[in-house]
Structure formats: C-alpha cells, structure tokens
Write a new protein. Structure first.
Length: 219
C-alpha cells in the first residue's frame, strides 16, 4: 500500500511543477487566450474613454447588405399623411354626393314632367273622341234637343280647347328644357271652366237615362 501512495505523490508534484513553468512564461496582464486582462475594475472616470474606444468598433451587423438596405429606407414612407389630403378627399366626396343628388333630382323631374304630359295627352284624346263620335253625330241627326245635348255634354268643347292648348305649351316647355310650371301659370285663369263640367255630372247621367228610355219606347 505504501508504494502506490508514493507514486501518486510523485505524479502530483510533477503536475504542479509543469503548471508553474508554463505560468512563468506568460505575461501577468495576458489571459490564456492572449487577450489583455483588466487587472482592476474601471472607475467612473474611465467610462467615457471606454465608450469612445467602443464607439469606433463596428458591430457584426454593420456593413452587411441587409444593414445598408435598412439604413437607406426613406423615412418619408412612414411619415403621417398630410391632413390637407384628407380634407381634399372629403370635399371631393361631398361634391360627388351633391352631383349624384342633382342627377337623381333631374331624373325624377323628367319623369314627373313626362307623366304630366302623357296624362294631359290622354285626356285631350278622350275629349276629342267624345266630341267626334258622340256629340257631333247627335247634333247632325237631330235626335236630341239642344238643351238635352247641353245637359249631357255640358261645356266639353270648351274644355277640349283649354286642355289642347295646355298640352301644346307643356310639350314646348319640355323640348326647350324650361320649367313646366309656367304653362299652368299661363292657363290658370281658364281652369274655372272645369267646375261646371264636374258639377254637371249628376244631371248629365240623369238626362242620358231619360233620353235612352224615350228612344227605346219609340222603337
């Protein structure tokens, strides 16, 4: 047992001698890797110098293509939009909205104008048909008396003249693109002629019934 202990001690002593020899060859201010070793903690006054020394060094990312591309990015791309552009967009949208509303109003006005003219044209056509195929033949045949004709047809011929004149004025206003209210204003004083015609409806129906009964009895 004494022999192995003696050998172990000799090996241990040899190992320490080799380490001491190697340590003597190194400078006291160098680390095992050959880099300078800071032998003391830097003071506060040394910090500016250290920062100056470090600022001259480049980081691994600096100088790389990716870093150069990022550094050349135009800052204006991320800058906020000019508020005046929002105002211009708002004004344009308001203008477009007003134009659309005006177009819609014009379309509705044209539709109403067309309906009024078509209604008046149909009324004039009915009056003309009534006069041509009923009133004039009854007068020519002397089947009814003048009073009976008046009671049945009232002032239908006057209404035909008034309505036909109004229709011509409305069509002219439509062609010229003017307001169709003007023809009604010009013919306003003649519209009273429709009152006796409407008031005579009951009498007209009763007279027509009496005349029809009489003619049937004559047959």
């Amino acid at each position: 047992m004494n022999e192995p202990d003696h050998k172990s001690k000799n090996v241990f002593d040899l190992f320490h001698k080799v380490r001491r020899k190697k340590s003597k060859k190194k400078t006291p201010n160098e680390s095992p890797l050959g880099s300078p070793v800071i032998s003391h903690r830097p003071k506060d006054t040394d910090i500016p110098e250290l920062l100056k020394h470090e600022s001259g060094k480049k980081t691994p990312l600096e100088g790389s293509p990716r870093h150069s591309r990022q550094s050349n990015v135009d800052i204006s791309e991320s800058s906020p939009q000019d508020p005046s552009s929002d105002v211009n967009v708002g004004n344009e949208s308001d203008t477009e909205k007003k134009e659309l509303e005006q177009e819609e109003n014009n379309r509705l006005f044209e539709k109403v104008t067309r309906e009024i003219i078509l209604s008046e044209a149909a009324y004039v056509r009915d009056l003309k048909f009534l006069i041509k195929f009923f009133l004039d033949p009854l007068r020519q045949d002397n089947i009814l008396s003048q009073s009976e004709i008046t009671d049945i047809f009232s002032n239908v011929e006057v209404l035909f003249v008034i309505s036909n004149t109004l229709l011509r004025k409305l069509m002219q206003a439509q062609q010229e693109g003017s307001n169709i209210i003007q023809p009604f204003m010009e013919m306003m004083d003649y519209f009273d002629a429709y009152l006796p015609f409407c008031a005579n409806q009951t009498k007209s129906i009763e007279t027509l019934r009496i005349c029809k009964t009489r003619l049937e009895m004559q047959e």
